[in-house]
Design a protein around this ligand. Structure first.
Ligand code: ADP
Length: 539
């Protein structure tokens, strides 16, 4: 016979086993929900994850059952994550920032049987419980001493797992078994459940470790500010134990001062979060004059990393920002803007221009840009098209909905992007937001980025408004900075020389507030609804 390689299924339990065996003593540091800093190790996390699995099994949880978490990033959440998946159940991370009725909808849709919840969210769960008929047990991630009286029969985690010992052997099953379930935020209709398999989680964890991605190793200390409930924790909950990196969890505190304290006290080398978090950190550092002495790599994604942010990290702290793109459906790491040798020497504005791009794909991710008829568009860095993606950690479809990929396996991201000859991708819009004027596309994001550079503008959104001749034309909606009232003329003049003339917004509207989603993104759908009967002066 051929004497092929061994059959070693890619299971999440293999990850925590590796970390516990090879990097067992490595620290997992957490700011606890109760307050103090907590320290544990990979070995201890595995022991307690086994207890979680054994206790879940005792409850009657079986292969494929969904078990939910509504929790911050802490060691207990990590134990639960590996306990659930190790048993073969599905770890359903719920985003507590969603609206309560959305949370109930998601919990019922997923049919999650047990809910692990942080103390912070117990009042929310008490309110929601009547709409959660399928939840058999609420377990609060704390000890008996900290658990308040409650109306939902919630049990304290520490006593609950103490009912069993850790003598539990991870079961073996097919690597294509579901391991994780994470719902998209539902900015366009009901939330959709993305199902990660054990195989996809292990492969994505590996691609996240790679040098041009997160660049983790056993000598790194990584602080995932990105929540474990947001798009699979950007792979860090797998990548860190795969590489043996030390983890520092922020718990419930993500303000500038708290993050700075952890970055410094725990000598964090790698961190990742959405731009809002870094804005808070930079503002804090502005006020206090604090330094960042150990940090080497800041990963920014979820929405575009502002140029000023990338520049501030580099010029003031000598830290390289890694701009990254991805979505819940892509596990999520799709591209990361690392410098290839071809561009290693660029400086100044050219460097910032490049860093504005979302970067190139790691191995196991393929991307393409196409027109509406699915024909590939050139990779020239300027022609934009619909961004398609495929790979072993890219979703084929959604839970209870089924496959959505085309016959060649491409998943349509709903983003619009360019790809340059070196393979660097740049998001220019979402396909629903791009403005289609006379058959050509105008990037609403480009126009918004320019508008927020105007000294009187606090926030800007650009949407397409119906136009009898051009089909759609751009409308600029702005919120002015306090005490300022910029004129239409000064705002439009600000675009001159920065864009092609036919990209110029047809009109400007000042509003008090722009609607936002639970993940802090502009709610274009609501805005378009609001202005659906708007008559442009150019009609
Ligand atoms: P949610 O809408 O719940 O935040 P995701 O986190 O999955 O869901 O969001 C994915 C979307 O976020 C992408 O399709 C893209 O539009 C946007 N996005 C992610 N990263 C970036 C980035 N670096 N720059 C611009 N847009 C981004």
């Amino acid at each position: 016979m051929l004497g092929l390689m061994q059959d070693w299924p890619l299971l999440c339990s293999k990850i925590i086993d590796h970390a516990a065996t090879v990097h067992g003593g490595r620290n997992i540091v957490s700011r606890s929900v109760e307050g103090p800093i907590h320290r544990t190790t990979y070995a201890e996390v595995r022991t307690r994850a086994r207890q979680v699995a054994k206790r879940l099994e005792k409850h009657g949880i079986r292969l494929g059952d969904r078990v939910a978490t509504l929790a911050w990033n802490t060691w207990r959440h990590l134990e639960v994550w590996y306990g659930i998946t190790g048993l073969g159940a599905v770890c359903h991370t719920v985003n507590p920032r969603l609206f309560p009725d959305q949370i109930a909808w998601i919990m019922n849709h997923a049919e999650s049987r047990i809910l692990f919840v942080d103390l912070t969210f117990l009042p929310l769960v008490e309110k929601l419980k009547p709409s959660l008929p399928l939840v058999e047990q609420v377990v609060v991630l704390t000890d008996a001493a900290h658990l308040p009286e409650n109306s939902v029969g919630a049990l304290p985690y520490e006593s609950w797992i103490a009912e069993v010992d850790s003598d539990f052997a991870w079961p073996t099953f097919d690597e294509n078994t579901a391991a994780g379930l994470c719902y998209t935020s539902g900015t366009t209709g009901d939330p959709k459940g993305v199902v990660y398999s054990h195989r996809s989680q292990v492969l994505h964890g590996l691609l996240a470790v790679m040098p041009d991605t997160l660049n983790l190793s056993s000598s790194a200390t990584v602080l995932p500010v990105v929540p474990m409930f947001h798009a699979n924790c950007w792979g860090i909950a797998h990548a860190a134990p795969i590489s043996g990196a030390r983890i520092v969890f922020p718990g419930p505190k993500m303000d500038g001062a708290s993050i700075h304290e952890l970055l410094q006290d725990e000598k964090v080398t790698h961190t990742a979060a959405v731009p809002t978090v870094w804005l808070m950190l930079l503002q804090h550092l502005d006020k206090t004059g604090g330094s960042l002495d150990f940090l080497k790599r800041v990963v920014i994604g979820g929405s575009a990393a502002p140029r000023s942010m990338t520049q501030a990290f580099r010029d003031r702290f000598g830290i390289e920002v890694m701009h990254a793109w991805g979505m819940t459906e892509t596990s999520p790491l799709g591209t990361v803007c690392s410098l290839k040798p071809e561009v290693a020497d660029i400086t100044g504005d050219e460097w910032l221009d490049l860093k504005e791009k979302q970067g190139f794909t790691p191995f196991m991710v393929e991307i393409e840009v196409t027109d509406d008829e699915n024909r590939p568009r050139p990779h020239d860095g300027t022609t934009f098209g619909r961004l398609k993606v495929r790979g072993p950690a890219i979703s084929r479809g959604y839970f209870k909905i089924g496959d959505v990929v085309d016959e060649d396996g491409w998943f349509d991201t709903g983003d619009v992007a360019t790809i340059d000859p070196l393979g660097y991708m740049q998001i220019t819009d979402r396909s629903k937001d791009v403005i289609k004027s006379g058959g050509e596309w105008i990037s609403s994001i480009d126009l918004e980025n320019i508008a927020v550079g105007h000294p009187d503008v606090a926030e800007a959104a650009v949407i397409g408004v119906r136009h009898p001749k051009w089909d759609e034309r751009p409308l600029l909606v702005i919120v002015a900075k306090e005490g300022r009232s910029p004129t239409r003329e000064s705002l439009l003049k600000f675009f001159e020389g920065k864009i092609a003339r036919w990209w110029m917004p047809d009109d400007v509207v000042l509003v008090d507030e722009i609607p936002h989603t639970a993940t802090g993104k502009i709610k274009k759908l609501t805005l378009r609804e609001q202005f659906k009967d708007y008559r442009l002066p150019t009609e």
